[in-house]
Design a protein around this ligand. Structure first.
Ligand code: FES
Length: 139
């Protein structure tokens, strides 16, 4: 193999390696890979530092893969926190009463339904029940 042949073969190997890496990584984080928490059942103590943000309408916290927001004086919304597009953590925007993904701009209503994409799948919604200062979040 002379120098020219060696360079051509080396170039082809490098191109194949780069293409293979791209094809593999492009599948990472697709919506099919994102799973919501299952068998959920935990409580948040609103009198503790962990839960204190939930004492105010518009406040929200994250726990166990779930974002929990106080959407009104009497209502909470608990949704899977990983955006169904590529898994970025969503936040709660009280001014618009919606959950927002800062990565590509998907928005979800307080039931987890897609308002706009690129996400096409809803967030998973969990039940909530407030008893005193104890907020139960469960499947
Ligand atoms: S990861 Fe949320 S919109 Fe893309």
């Amino acid at each position: 193999m002379d120098r020219k042949e060696f360079l051509i073969v080396s170039g082809k190997i490098a191109a194949f390696t780069a293409l293979s890496t791209c094809l593999f990584n492009c599948n990472q984080g697709s919506s099919n890979d994102i799973t919501a928490p299952t068998n959920v059942d935990f409580t948040v103590d609103l009198s503790s530092q962990e839960g204190s943000a939930l004492n105010s309408v518009g406040g929200y916290i994250y726990k166990n893969g779930i974002v929990i927001a106080r959407v009104s004086q009497t209502q909470f919304s608990a949704l899977s926190q990983a955006c169904t597009h590529q898994g970025t953590t969503v936040n709660y925007q009280a001014s618009a009463t919606r959950f927002h993904c800062p990565n590509h701009g998907s928005n979800f209503d307080t039931n987890g339904n897609v308002i706009n994409g690129p996400a096409t799948r809803n967030l998973t919604k969990y039940n909530t029940s407030l008893s005193g200062n104890s907020l139960r979040v469960y499947s």
